[in-house]
Design a protein around this ligand. Structure first.
Ligand code: LR7
Ligand code: MN
Length: 585
């Protein structure tokens, strides 16, 4: 709250983002090449090994081609930096497989000028938008890299300088994640505004980005991958939006730079980020209702359940206050899931800003090694995100990917403490409000099958609800009984048989439901006909608690002798609120 009010004071943005243009979008613009894009995206998400295709493109790097341009357009790289020398030293040699080191065609990249022009892929409504540059906050650009090809890395930097108002660039911070050749970065440091941090050992992109962010001097942080090309006016809309709402993470539309010939392909603007229960990021078409609304204003931000991860802006204070990144995530993967959940549950969420476009080289394979193996590292990181943020829904992940249960994920207590400290919402809220399109697994699986000990899911599960040796018991009553009680567990079902259903009900005898008599502490619970309203909906919460879906009230046996089972304010430490679900074996 403090942070919110602090920001609302410094935020004097005029609010034109919210202006809805009623003019209907009629024009079909030529660059909306969705099918190509989708194919590229799908390809880029294929993790299976693919053989690299050797194309016959005959690209050459030649000094004479660069020199005239160098004089003209590379002034902002300063006089100390020798561009041709820099590129020549790492240029692809004849007879070398141009895909070997980078898993993209390095020959194609090397042959292109570092300041080549690319098509302006924005919607034409964006092109007439005016940004008041003097009133936007400047940003530090953070680029981490491990053995990036010099030509792609340099083109990223040049595109930032050439396509951003210089006032808005505080600096470019390069974080060299222990690349083989320290000179890749050291020479770039000669460029004005470029700063270099080099890791003494390989840290992976998460810890590298944290180092970069810690060193940043600008009020806004903008992260880029090391093989991007920023498009026309890419930065202004991002900065405008984080100025307007500093509790957001904003991403550009990510266009495709083809890995074979480096042509620049416009991405569809009708996509957002999502995932399936395997927790792998995917692009998805906007749901019809959102798409319809978007037609009214093609420049308006698009809320997205997930970000791709590499390209985004965030207020630096927000980044720090909301827990940066999970520093125990290694190499690659999972961090985009984590920051997405965290920003939705604790702050104001994530948006794609359609007037900002940045190209990225999508690849089919990782070009670098993963100490520990890529699968294990990815699951390690993903589990950390799931265990901290997904509450009972994490079980769907384990059900979709059972071997994940056997990969260790380290200590997550600090990240859980962060979640507590920030008073973040539940994952159930995220499911209902941010990503209702993500359906429960096929057949309506039952997530209400108890906490950590059992990670397998099935339809309506029957069993007893136990506290030590006492079980929740109907005491033989089957109608509007005013106090459910505890009785010695007998393992025979009958009065102690409860079943959890997909729609959050706890049923007895197929038609009676555990029902709360009011939404205040100390209200008793009764058995009554199932109607499925909020008085009958329960979820597992915290550690073994049975919580009302709509309220922070948990089943409690504290006064079982006096009044039977009641609900009380959920309290993670309370033993009278802890239940175990015993299923007949
Ligand atoms: O050990 C490493 N150290 C690094 O510094 C491994 C990688 N890196 C750098 C690397 O040089 C690159 O600049 O980290 C960046 C990302 O690695 P890539 O480009 O090999 O991976 P990617 O493009 O597949 O990564 C996407 O998913 C990652 C998950 O961890 C990150 O979030 C990337 O930033 C993200 N990239 C994008 O979002 C761009 C759009 C791609 C999509 C979808
Ligand atoms: Mn990348």
């Amino acid at each position: 709250q403090l942070l919110r009010s602090k920001f609302s004071r410094i935020n004097e943005f005029s609010g034109s983002w919210n202006t809805i243009h009623n003019e209907q979008q009629q024009q079909q613009y030529a660059f909306k090449d969705y099918s190509v894009h989708q194919q590229q995206m799908n390809d880029s998400l294929t993790t299976a090994t693919t053989t690299t295709t050797m194309t016959n493109l005959n690209f050459q790097i030649s000094k004479s081609e660069f020199l005239p341009q160098q004089a003209k357009t590379y002034q902002n790289l300063g006089s100390e930096f020798d561009l041709v020398d820099y590129l020549m030293k790492n240029a692809i040699k004849a007879n070398m497989d141009p895909y070997l080191k980078n898993k993209f065609n390095q020959k194609a990249s090397d042959s292109l000028s570092p300041d080549r022009s690319i098509i302006d892929t924005r919607h034409y409504h964006c092109q007439s938008k005016h940004y008041n540059i003097d009133e936007l906050p400047p940003t530090s650009i953070i680029i981490t890299y491990h053995n990036e090809a010099r030509s792609t890395l340099l083109r990223t930097i040049v595109s930032v300088f050439n396509r951003s108002p210089s006032r808005l660039i505080t600096e470019i911070i390069l974080v060299d994640d222990h690349s083989d050749d320290p000179c890749d970065g050291r020479e770039l440091e000669k460029i004005p505004k470029v700063r270099l941090i080099r890791n003494e050992k390989r840290e992976g992109l998460v810890r590298s980005r944290i180092r970069g962010a810690d060193a940043a001097r600008g009020p806004i942080l903008t992260f880029l991958d090391s093989h991007c090309e920023c498009n026309q006016q890419w930065l202004e809309p991002l900065l405008e939006r984080v100025k307007q709402n500093p509790l957001l993470v904003v991403s550009p539309v990510i266009d495709v730079i083809a890995l074979d010939d480096f042509r620049y392909i416009a991405a569809s603007m009708d996509l957002r980020g999502g995932f399936d229960w395997n927790l792998v990021f995917k692009w998805e078409i906007l749901p019809p209702a959102i798409h319809q609304k978007r037609l009214l204003d093609q420049t308006a931000p698009i809320k997205t359940p997930m970000i791709a991860g590499g390209l985004f802006s965030i207020n630096k204070t927000t980044f720090e206050y909301y827990g940066k990144y999970d520093p125990q995530m290694n190499i690659w993967g999972g961090e985009n899931l984590e920051i997405s959940f965290r920003m939705w549950l604790c702050a104001d969420g994530l948006e794609i800003i359609p007037c900002s476009h940045v190209g990225h080289v999508f690849r089919k394979q990782h070009p670098y090694d993963f100490p520990g193996g890529s699968g294990v590292v990815f699951v390690h990181n993903t589990r950390r995100a799931a265990e901290v943020w997904m509450d009972e829904y994490k079980k769907f992940y384990y059900n979709a990917n059972p071997p994940a249960q056997y990969v260790s994920f380290g200590d997550i207590s600090e990240r859980k403490a962060l979640r507590q400290k920030l008073h973040c919402k539940s994952f159930d809220w995220y499911m209902k409000n941010v990503y209702p399109e993500l359906k429960m697994p096929d057949g309506g699986m039952n997530i209400m099958n108890g906490p950590d000990d059992d990670n397998t899911l099935s339809l309506d599960k029957h069993g007893a609800l136990r506290q030590i040796d006492q079980c929740l018991d109907t005491m033989g009553e089957t109608k509007n009984f005013d106090h459910l009680s505890l009785y010695q567990c007998h393992g025979q079902g009958a009065n102690q048989d409860w079943s959890f259903t997909i729609d959050h009900l706890i049923k007895h005898d197929n038609h009676l439901c555990i029902t709360v008599t009011g939404f205040e502490p100390s209200r008793s619970i009764i058995l009554s006909e199932c109607i499925g309203d909020d008085t009958q909906k329960w979820v597992w919460a915290f550690d073994r608690h049975i919580k009302l879906l709509s309220h922070n009230l948990c089943l409690d046996s504290r006064f079982v002798r006096q009044t039977g089972i009641i609900v009380d304010q959920c309290n993670a430490g309370s033993s009278t609120q802890q239940w175990r679900f015993d299923q007949p074996s």
